[in-house]
Write a protein that binds this ligand. Structure first.
Ligand SMILES: Nc1ncnc2c1ncn2[C@@H]1O[C@H](COP(=O)(O)OP(=O)(O)O)[C@@H](O)[C@H]1O
Ligand SMILES: O=C(O)C1=C[C@@H](OP(=O)(O)O)[C@@H](O)[C@H](O)C1
Ligand SMILES: [Mg+2]
Length: 170
């Protein structure tokens, strides 16, 4: 069974849905942000501060490649919202895994990320503006890399898991 990757913007629910989906399937769960933090021994915000976004993307690309090459059994990979920016990452994800694009409106992204201070790109005066700019750039990449698109809307995680399992015929 191929690994399953979740892509989509910040607050789409990749980490939440990914963890629940992996439990349902009895698959290994990997969150690329947590993997970067544990391998680096530093928080994402620290990496952004010290190495800049380019340094973070280099680490993200290398770790995602490694995860896709080394895990032969089923796994669920929750990526960070910008992982799809690198062409090489998109290629490896869509070749080696089944990629699901979790779609969320900017309004929902704001509601789901407002209280969290751990996303460096959103620690600005106007996070809504940033989210709108990012989705305009990234949406074509989410669509390009994904095999399946799931609109999260107001649907609770439990519902989305069942829906994804049906789509995957699992
Ligand atoms: N379908 C959903 N319905 C309601 N809340 C959700 C849903 N998906 C995620 N959340 C909540 O939104 C927040 C951000 O989710 P998270 O999984 O961290 O998103 P991502 O990893 O895509 O940035 C969390 O507090 C999570 O509980
Ligand atoms: O969209 C982005 O560029 C980012 C999304 C974050 O992950 P989530 O999408 O899980 O919040 C994390 O990788 C980092 O803060 C950068
Ligand atoms: Mg996440």
């Amino acid at each position: 069974m191929k690994g399953i990757t979740l892509v989509g913007p910040m607050g789409a629910g990749k980490t939440t849905i990914g963890r629940l989906l992996s439990k349902e399937l009895d698959f290994l769960f990997i969150d690329s942000d947590r993997e970067i933090e544990s391998r680096t021994g530093a928080a994402i915000s620290w990496i952004f501060d010290v190495e800049g976004e380019v340094g973070f993307r280099d680490r993200e690309q290398a770790i995602i490649e490694d995860i896709c090459q080394t895990n032969t059994n089923g796994f669920v990979l929750a990526t960070g919202g910008g992982a799809i920016l690198r062409e090489q990452t998109r290629r490896i994800l869509s070749e080696k895994t089944t990629v699901i694009y979790l779609h969320a409106s900017v309004e929902q992204q704001i509601a789901r990320t407002a209280k969290d201070r751990h996303r460096p790109l959103l620690q600005v005066d106007n996070p809504e503006k940033v989210l709108r700019e990012l989705i305009a750039i990234r949406e074509p990449f989410y669509r390009e890399v994904a095999h399946i698109e799931v609109v999260t809307d107001e649907r609770p995680p439990r519902f989305l898991i069942q829906y994804i399992l049906e789509l995957l015929s699992l």
